[in-house]
Design a protein around this ligand. Structure first.
Ligand code: GLA
Length: 765
């Protein structure tokens, strides 16, 4: 709801309110952002009218000696008029670099949709506040968009040059927000390849903390999602604010505390090297920033972002559609395969009731390593006689869909494309362009390159019965030409190609990938329904990465695979069930070598797939929350339509572990829940020489006999079940089976090895 009255505007979402004011000399400020207010009057005690300039502050208004911009919670700030925070807008023309913006017009409009940059779909209301500097003939529109049933506000700005002199935009943040300082902490991500989305907490102290990317993508180093939380805020209690940017290139987000301990938050395009020039009549629209507030801790905030992404970012056709269980050839084959091998993998995957076969890298040109073939998107007939068509038909005959990997934005030097079009790569024309993973990035700012990418993807999609495309992007950008908007133009070029492709092929399921999570953001998710968030499929590390991702993104956009027991990334050995219990929270897939499976593994995977299919709605559409940490474990849950699935992930085992209880969050207090544990296999070989305590003959710990037995036979692990009321489940939780303690064994005991885990299902009766 948007209410406008004299010099004030109140934006109200489901449970938050945002109060704007321009009562102080027409400068636009945010006087309050927090729990929902019932009226303007309720805001009165929250707003301090008194401003007395402190120390060396400057007065902006002669009539009001107490008015300093530095003291105000400005929604837009510039340089040179007494505000000494880092400005949210830096612009200049040949006449001046000082701009002084005041409110000129306030309008509630029918929501406006631009089509250069992605925007959330299905808005309900929009407020536009025009700020003008009439001496400089520049107008800045501040847009605030609301969505029914959501606590997210979307913001962007539009800069319009009405002056005859060209205007240079050097920095244009999509949003700025002043916060009352209650001792706060910034929660943001850091990472790198196979190690994405680590959550870090930084105490906000005096100075400016910047969360940004300069790689040409949103990057695996940081991510545009972040939280500012008050220090006493935890998963379920306390105040916090979440932010994200719908943009896939260099972003810049800062939290600044000035020497008066006031806090300002900014979110937008990275200003490093940014210089956009506007002629008279031209305008520039920034990407959309999202913000939300929760008074109930960061789980509630995550829930808002997760729900919003499903309802307003992911394309409507796919947002609630169940996603297939994939088999992906990468970790089992890399580049080394032929038609026979792929067909036998299709047969095995189909027998295990997987639903989509994805042929990863290696199927085109002379692509037998990463130094060849990118750009030449024609099937390698020596490897795959019959082409993609015959493989796709074979998969379909075996009741699976068929999908393909592509990396359309790239080219290898060893390719026909590079030989024919060496000028299509990103280069400055002076330095020898540098390579990453033996490849160059095609310059998508050029229309002919955009057309080439569009045509090559179209040809591949149309060459066979393809229903899925994994779109990869495996290096960062370097050697940019001398342009103040190169990164912005690149991503607009990409968005324009993606728009054309998803419009032409609305039925294709696209998976976004960039060496895993090097471009995992809301811009890409506006086109591609799901993302491969990391190349790391080790169960423990992957669990941490998914835990980080869930803070700001829903399960429906994360695809996760069960890979071989020994992790290719870390060489850590964990069971297939450990891997499944992590991978199932999101879109499940497999990429281990199905031809090498032992009989017990086949049984185990069959059980996993049955379980996943039964609960797919919760795993893919559930709202997921972090429950808590306990000694050597942590637990999470996903909840959908009255069903909750919880996971308990152990790290290392400890002697004489204590009694564990599993408590859930957000249960329906007046309902009963029936619950049960997922039964997992016990592997005889992992009892070591202790097996001799029960064996009539001596069995060597690592001998052929124990391997013979453990490859073929297994024993069901513990099973618990029962009924419990929602209230008790939340307050006290269910008692979990006793963990292995080294002094005895029983069937109802949990035999936990390092990095093992368990799943529990709770259904409303
Ligand atoms: C990237 C992806 C992997 C795989 C390879 C293929 O690294 O993240 O999943 O597709 O490329 O080259």
């Amino acid at each position: 709801m948007i209410e406008v009255r004299d010099k004030e505007v109140l934006l109200s979402t489901k449970s938050t309110s945002y109060l704007l004011s321009y009562s102080k000399a027409n400068y636009l400020t945010c006087e309050y952002y927090g729990s929902r207010l019932s009226s303007f009057e309720e805001a009165k005690p929250l707003v301090s009218d008194l401003i007395i300039n402190q120390g060396t502050e400057l007065n902006i208004d002669d009539k009001n000696l107490n008015l300093s911009l530095n003291q105000m919670k400005l929604e837009l700030s510039t340089l040179g008029r007494g505000d000494f925070f880092s400005p949210s807008l830096i612009i200049k023309n040949s006449r001046s670099m000082i701009f002084d913006f005041k409110v000129d017009k306030v309008e509630v409009v029918k929501p406006i949709i631009h089509n250069i940059l992605p925007m959330p779909r299905d808005p309900s209301e929009e407020l536009v506040i025009c700020l003008a500097d009439n001496d400089m003939h520049v107008v800045v529109e501040l847009h605030y968009i609301l969505y029914s049933e959501s606590d997210i506000i979307c913001r962007y700005i539009k800069v319009i040059n009405q002056d005859s002199q060209p205007l240079h935009i050097l920095k244009a943040m999509s949003m700025q927000l002043g916060l009352v300082n209650h001792n706060s902490t910034l929660v943001s991500y850091y990472g790198n390849w196979a190690n994405e989305l680590n959550v870090q907490q930084t105490k906000i102290t005096h100075g400016r903390i910047v969360n940004e990317s300069l790689t040409g993508s949103s990057s695996n180093r940081h991510n545009p999602f972040f939280i500012v939380k008050e220090d006493n805020c935890n998963a379920i209690n306390g105040n916090c604010y979440g932010y994200n940017l719908i943009y896939s290139s260099n972003f810049e987000e800062s939290v600044e505390m000035d020497s008066f301990s006031k806090i300002r938050v900014q979110v937008g395009i990275n200003s490093t090297l940014f210089d956009k020039s506007l002629l008279q009549g031209e305008s520039f629209v920034t990407p959309c920033a999202l913000l939300s507030y929760s008074s109930n801790g960061y789980n509630k905030l995550s829930k808002e972002f997760q729900t919003f992404i499903n309802n307003h970012i992911v394309k409507k056709k796919f947002n609630f559609e169940s996603r297939p269980i994939a088999y992906n050839s990468w970790e089992s084959c890399y580049y080394k395969y032929n038609k026979r091998k792929i067909k036998s993998l299709i047969r095995k995957a189909s027998k295990l009731k997987m639903e989509l076969f994805v042929l990863d890298d290696g199927w085109f040109a002379n692509r037998n390593d990463d130094a060849h073939g990118l750009g030449d998107w024609e099937v390698n007939r020596r490897k795959l006689p019959g082409g993609l068509k015959s493989l796709a038909n074979y998969a379909i005959k075996k009741k699976m869909k068929f999908g393909i990997w592509m990396e359309p934005e790239m080219v290898n030097e060893n390719s026909r494309l590079y030989k024919n079009h060496p000028t299509w790569i990103i280069q400055d024309g002076i330095h020898t362009p540098i390579k990453g993973r033996n490849q160059y990035v095609l310059d998508l700012t050029k229309k002919e390159v955009q057309d080439f990418v569009f045509d090559s993807v179209s040809k591949v999609i149309e060459s066979a019965d393809i229903s899925y495309v994994k779109w990869d992007y495996n290096r960062n950008i370097s050697d940019m030409p001398n342009s103040g908007t190169f990164f912005y133009d690149y991503i607009c070029g990409l968005y324009s190609v993606l728009n054309r492709i998803v419009d032409k092929y609305p039925y294709i399921l696209f998976e976004n990938c960039a060496s895993g999570g090097n471009r995992f953001d809301l811009g890409m998710l506006s086109f591609f329904q799901q993302s491969w968030i990391s190349d790391n499929t080790d169960s423990f590390k992957r669990g941490e990465i998914q835990k980080g991702a869930r803070l700001g993104y829903p399960l429906s956009v994360m695809s996760n695979h069960v890979s071989g027991k020994t992790s290719n990334q870390l060489l850590r050995y964990t069971s297939l069930d450990s891997k499944f219990n992590v991978a199932c929270f999101g879109i499940l897939g497999y990429e281990l070598n199905l031809c090498d499976l032992k009989p017990v593994d086949i049984k185990c995977i069959k059980k996993q797939i049955l379980f996943y299919k039964k609960h797919r709605d919760v795993f893919q559409l559930g709202v997921s929350s972090f429950i808590g940490r306990d000694d050597n474990s942590y637990s999470i849950q996903a909840q959908h339509n009255g069903k909750i699935i919880a996971a308990k992930y152990y790290t290392h085992t400890i002697p004489n572990p204590k009694e564990y209880h599993l408590r859930l969050l957000d249960t329906e207090k007046n309902c009963d829940y029936s619950f049960y544990s997922r039964i997992q296999n016990r592997d005889f070989a992992r009892f070591g020489s202790l097996i001799n305590m029960v064996s009539p003959i001596h069995i060597k710990e690592d001998g052929a006999l124990i391997h013979f037995i453990s490859n073929r036979f297994t024993m069901d692990g513990e099973y618990i079940h029962g009924i419990i009321s929602g209230k008790i489940l939340e307050n006290s939780g269910i008692a979990l089976p006793m963990l292995w303690s080294g002094t005895g064994i029983s069937n109802s005991m949990s035999i936990i090895h390092d990095f093992d885990s368990r799943l529990y299902v709770f259904e409303k009766c």
